[in-house]
Write a protein that binds this ligand. Structure first.
Ligand SMILES: Cc1cc2nc3c(=O)[nH]c(=O)nc-3n(C[C@H](O)[C@H](O)[C@H](O)COP(=O)(O)OP(=O)(O)OC[C@H]3O[C@@H](n4cnc5c(N)ncnc54)[C@H](O)[C@@H]3O)c2cc1C
Length: 434
């Protein structure tokens, strides 16, 4: 039960949602000088860039009402997804497996026969009968060799930077829409169908980029009888004395909620047992560098985001914020967010050149009419669901739980999840304490 002050470490969506639910007697400690975490938006030379495109998918009724009725009231666009794939010199609709029409006949044939083999034929029987050991098994079992080779393997290996055999079957299979044979054949023949997938439409703010969601939520939090401190990086946590240390202060707590990355949280613990430190060292994540490009509109394919499975493009995805909301770019301009995944540090100048060359090669920009190109790196972007992930995560979480500490958010929980999930898990952590 909660008695006395609760410290919430991290002022992203999870931390703010937690503070809002606590309603009183909380202190949010945020390392940066601005709240919002990954949900911040920068305005540069008339172009607005989220820290890579953030599209809102809400399903929880209470959360939907809060987002649409309060935090973004009167400031919401509902957008029908236009997601595409660029491969073999052709633009097709996303998801790949539902929209093979337009690809070379050889590719379509490989995808169809591979799918039939995997799901119905004798070739796939062995894999249908044994437990799946890794992401490669999942792909081969549910989609087959052709879809694997043409999209799933190269795309996932570019995003996660390791072979699919190194990813556990839980790496993200629940997000992959699985077609029926009818879907696959209809998509190959170009028959119209309802959009498939978990994100067929989404919300986005009319003004202010995704950070306006943070502004709506944090205005409520700041009006509550609690405290929000920015530029307050937590450096150490003393579980025995129930104290949190920043550069400026040592603060006692009764309850503690952590929304910072789980590996970093474990490193902050003073006197953590060796087993916990070792487990934390096994938690791996992929970094993402986003190259933000603003350019005069020189035509080309229109989309909200595009997937690039082929190894000849070093980036895995390109978002187009100005296509989602034209207010995000000056009149007559388009904007792109080109996403590269990498396991360690990245050279921004090289990635900027690669992004511009890639966009030009598929007809999206004219190099001479680029107004802005800059890069930023998100150090912990995608949790790597490798074979050590589940056990290492469980060890760290069990230690925190034994000391009554709650975790929340995408990185606190060390998972793959959305903005809504971050809001929900912050709320959930507060409810557990109360
Ligand atoms: C490339 C990419 C694209 C995405 N696109 C989408 C999308 O389109 N739609 C969607 O719903 N979701 C998307 N997400 C997911 C979404 O960004 C997250 O689920 C959500 O923002 C996580 O919020 P959070 O509060 O858990 O974490 P964060 O936003 O990371 O917040 C954690 C906070 O903790 C602070 N912090 C860290 N260390 C310390 C410390 N020592 N002391 C104090 N504070 C500290 C950080 O500064 C940060 O503000 C995307 C994520 C990525 C990486």
């Amino acid at each position: 039960m909660r008695r006395g002050p609760t410290i919430v470490v991290g002022g992203g969506l999870a931390g703010l949602s937690c503070a809002r639910e606590l309603a009183a007697d909380f202190t949010v400690l945020e390392a940066e000088d601005r709240l919002g975490g990954l949900c911040r938006t920068d305005l540069v030379d008339g172009f607005s860039f989220d820290w890579t495109g953030h599209w809102l998918h809400a399903r929880d009724p209470e959360m939907k009402a809060l987002i649409a009725g309060r935090w973004l009231a009167g400031n919401l666009l509902e957008v029908q997804r236009r997601a595409v794939i660029y491969s073999e010199g052709v633009w097709t609709r996303f998801p790949y497996q539902f929209n093979l029409h337009g690809l070379p006949a050889q590719t379509v044939a490989e995808c169809l026969t591979g799918f039939v083999d995997a799901t119905l034929g004798p070739k796939g029987a062995a894999l249908r009968e044994r437990p799946l050991e890794n992401a490669a098994d999942f792909i081969l079992r549910h989609l087959g060799e052709g879809l694997g080779r043409r999209f799933m393997f190269p795309y996932n290996e570019k995003l996660f930077t390791v072979p699919c055999t190194e990813l556990s079957p839980e790496w993200g299979g629940r997000f992959i829409p699985r077609p029926s044979l009818d879907d696959l054949v209809g998509g190959a023949l170009g028959l119209p169908r309802d959009d498939a997938g978990y994100n067929a439409s989404f919300w986005y703010p009319r003004e202010g980029g995704i950070e306006s969601l943070v502004r709506g939520l944090s205005a409520e939090v700041r009006a509550l009888p609690g405290e929000v401190r920015t530029s307050a990086r937590v450096l150490g946590i003393d579980l025995a004395r129930r104290r949190v240390r920043t550069a400026a202060a040592e603060l006692p707590y009764q309850s503690l909620v952590l929304t910072v990355p789980l590996d970093a949280a474990a490193r902050m613990l003073i006197d953590a047992p060796a087993a916990v430190r070792e487990a934390a060292a096994k938690l791996r994540a992929v970094s993402v560098t986003v190259v933000e490009v603003g350019a005069e509109d020189s035509g080309g394919e229109r989309f909200h985001w595009a997937y690039y499975p082929e190894p000849r493009f070093p980036f895995y995805r390109v978002g187009s914020p100005s296509e989602v909301n034209p207010a995000l770019a000056p009149p007559g301009c388009r904007s792109f967010a080109v996403e590269f995944a990498h396991p360690g540090p990245a050279a921004h100048a090289v990635l900027i050149q690669q992004a511009l060359a890639g966009l030009a090669s598929c007809g999206l920009i004219d190099g001479a009419r680029v107004r802005l190109a800059r890069a930023r790196t998100i150090k912990v972007a995608y949790v790597l669901f490798d074979h050590q992930h589940a056990a290492a995560r469980a060890t760290v979480l069990a230690h925190l739980s034994a000391h009554g500490i709650e975790v929340a958010g995408r990185y606190g929980r060390w998972e793959y999840s959305s903005m809504e999930d971050a809001l929900l898990s912050g709320r959930e952590a507060a409810r557990k304490l109360s």
